[in-house]
Ligand binder design. Sequence first.
Ligand code: ATP
Length: 352
Amino acid sequence: MPDKRVIVFDGDDASPEVMIPVVSLLESMRLPIQFMRPLVGADAKRKSGHVFPQETKRAIDTSDTTFFGSTSGASTAALFYLRWGKKTYANIRPCVWWPGFNSPLANPEGIDFIVVRENLEDLYLGLEGDIDELDSLKLYSKHANASLSDLGPGKYAIKAITRSGSERVIRYAFELARKRNKQKRVTLSSKYNMLSTSDGYFKSIGDDIAGEYPDIRYESFIIDDFLCRMITNPQVLDVVVMPNLYGDIISDGAAGLLGGMGLAPSGCYGDDYAYFESAHGTAPDIAGQNVINPTATILSACMMLEYLGFGEPAVNLRGATKKVYGEGKVLTRDQQGSASTLDFCSAVAQNL
Ligand code: ATP
């Protein structure tokens, strides 16, 4: 089998502090993977005049996957390409509790669900502007009983929910529930009461697709009700699916149930490509301190190994990480320990 080619972007702020040791950890596993770091962001701009050079785009196109460190700067151009260019429409964010996680819940045992977040549309198309640009549309709000232009100067953002975009991600969720073979349950959520046209559309598509999966239990809750249920009884969840913005917010909340953003992995899947990144951002407030928790990045790497066909190494790496939590001796600050990022990675390596 030829080597798999993995593009690595180390990211910004504290992100390289987890990406570099986790890639080293993967290299130490001696799998047939070539890791490549093409230029992006400020470095690329300095050397080639572009923040996202053509060679970097080509490197992604000819790779098997990308391992992406969170970005806050110019490398966002690469992220946009990985998302919209590669049509990675399903953002998968597992929420699984392990003994040793510093959960705020009295009884977190048995939490094991996956947030499937639509990744390409909703409010994330970046279609924002001045309200007066919409004057010619003569938009009238029945809720406010006023024309949009009567509200005075302000900004708008467009929320787009399409049939094809909703269908593919909702189907993804049902297939995932089938494949997981756990509770065989899909929970859909959006604000389908207030936003009956757009979020209502998402729900009605879910209701239709549910009919194709008689073996999967299907339920839907309005997003605020869902949030309350997720906090009070997360153990009943299996696969949950929602539009982009809610998925982004809810999955951070789900990470909070486990014990924080340092524990939340993420993978973005399309029909032809997938890339992997932790669910958290660049953690600028703790950059340069070697304290950022690498667990989210390690677990994202496990998802990546599975995607590349290295199922057994993924199980081993996950097991080695779980053992560190089980022993509870080498934990990072966010988990009430005093270990550094590198101490944690070494402890995982020793368990491999
Ligand atoms: P984004 O919008 O890009 O997701 P954000 O603004 O939500 O990013 P994060 O970078 O995720 O912000 O950080 C939120 C908080 O969580 C910060 O206090 C940060 O230090 C903390 N945090 C994030 N990731 C980790 C981690 N891996 N280990 C420890 N703390 C983290």
